[in-house]
Design a protein around this ligand. Structure first.
Ligand code: OSB
Ligand code: MG
Length: 370
């Protein structure tokens, strides 16, 4: 496949409501829309780094630097037969996974379009519909979160994930169980806000029948998580700690988790996502697709990967209107039925770009050719 031109646009997309986690507050998405052109088709993907290096080490600016200095020149000057070749080309470059994923994803979409396939089919996905959940940020009070959850439950979301941090944990989960009962599919995401010194809090959370506790301990840990998993009946899910299929293998061997959250950006792209999916499947470990407050472009990629068979737990891929007044895709991402998204049947990601929305949000644009 020939990749003739790559375009990078930086967009500022305002969030409807501020989104707070244990590591920071966001009021807008600052991200890159990457387009890969070849043989009359165009593939799209977006970068998912936060504007600050508090989730992982990358930021939108480090991604621009990596794309421009290393990744785009490699893609434009190397022979590429399949999208997996891009992952191979990038392998000698350490980390910078979200930068790699932003361009590898655009090449996957381009490849699927050139072959006249959906991205889901190109990845080997089988499902035509996926179940989705929603991630609910930290609010000024427990009651505020309870009210937000009330709305999402009414919309039909299949899983409710709430963000927790020390001081905003037990009382929150207690209130949610009291209000919605024990059968609400509920989980908590700590984004690394605890240490083993707070194991008593984890043991208390263990009493609430949570589907899982996501990344309670350090962002780079799998050893303490293994110790903790041993003490809990609630499954631990790893997010921040897993960057590669090798990381997943080590976590499985150590018993650091029972579930893995696959984020395409965090693991460097769709090729590595599929590898982690396959490895977990071979170990009977369920996976689900985590979100990074993506626009519709990133959501479309998340939907495609979620069509693989071992994505058996609803992901974070909520509808466009959960975060955006107006998304940058047409049609916007919307439920087929409550809590269920259709895997689109058009070529590639199956969503078109709303160019007038992109024009209005764009703060920078650059084009690269050989
Ligand atoms: O840890 O899953 C996370 C958002 C930004 C950074 C990290 C995380 C999140 C979310 C939001 O939980 C998920 C979404 O709705 O996109
Ligand atoms: Mg998480």
């Amino acid at each position: 496949m020939k990749i003739e031109k790559i375009e990078v646009r930086r967009l500022h997309l305002p969030l409807k409501h501020a989104f707070e986690t244990s590591f920071g507050v966001q009021t807008k998405r600052d991200f890159l829309l990457v387009s890969a052109h070849g043989e009359g088709e165009t593939g799209y993907a977006e970068s998912v780094a936060m504007p600050f290096p508090f989730y992982n080490e990358e930021t939108t600016d480090t991604i621009i630097y990596m794309l421009e200095t290393f990744l785009i020149p490699l893609v434009l000057t190397s022979p590429i037969e399949r999208p997996e070749d891009v992952a191979r080309l990038f392998a000698p470059i350490r980390r910078n996974n979200m930068a790699k994923a932003a361009i590898e994803g655009a090449v996957w979409d381009l490849y699927a379009k050139q072959k006249g396939m959906t991205l889901a089919q190109a990845l080997g996905g089988e499902r035509t519909e996926i179940e989705v959940g929603v991630s609910v940020g930290i609010e000024p009070s427990v009651e505020d979160v309870v009210q937000k959850v009330e709305g999402f439950v009414a919309e039909g979301y299949k899983k409710i994930k709430v963000k927790i941090k020390p001081g905003f944990d037990i009382a929150l989960i207690e209130a949610l169980r009291k209000r919605f009962g024990d059968s609400l599919p509920l989980m908590a995401d700590a984004n690394s806000a605890y240490t083993l010194e707070q194991i008593d809090i984890m043991k208390e959370l263990d009493q609430y029948n949570l589907i899982m506790i996501e990344q309670p301990l350090a962002h780079d840990d799998i050893v303490d998580h293994a110790f903790l998993q041993n003490q809990l009946k609630t499954p631990i899910c790893l997010d921040e700690s897993i960057h590669t299929a090798e990381d997943a293998r080590r976590a499985i061997e150590l018993g650091s988790c029972k579930i893995i959250n696959i984020k395409i950006g965090r693991v460097g792209g769709l090729t590595e996502s599929k590898k982690i999916h396959d490895l977990c499947q071979a170990h009977n470990m369920p996976v689900w697709c985590g979100g990074m407050l993506e626009s519709g472009i990133g959501r479309a990629h998340n939907i495609a990967i979620t069509s693989l068979p071992n994505f058996t737990i609803p992901g974070d891929t909520s509808t466009s209107n959960r975060y955006w007044e107006q998304d940058i895709v047409v049609p916007e991402v919307a439920f087929l039925k409550p809590g269920i998204l259709a895997v689109p049947d058009g070529p590639g990601i199956g969503y078109a770009i709303n160019w007038s929305a992109v024009q209005a949000l764009q703060v920078h644009e650059k084009s690269y050719t050989m």
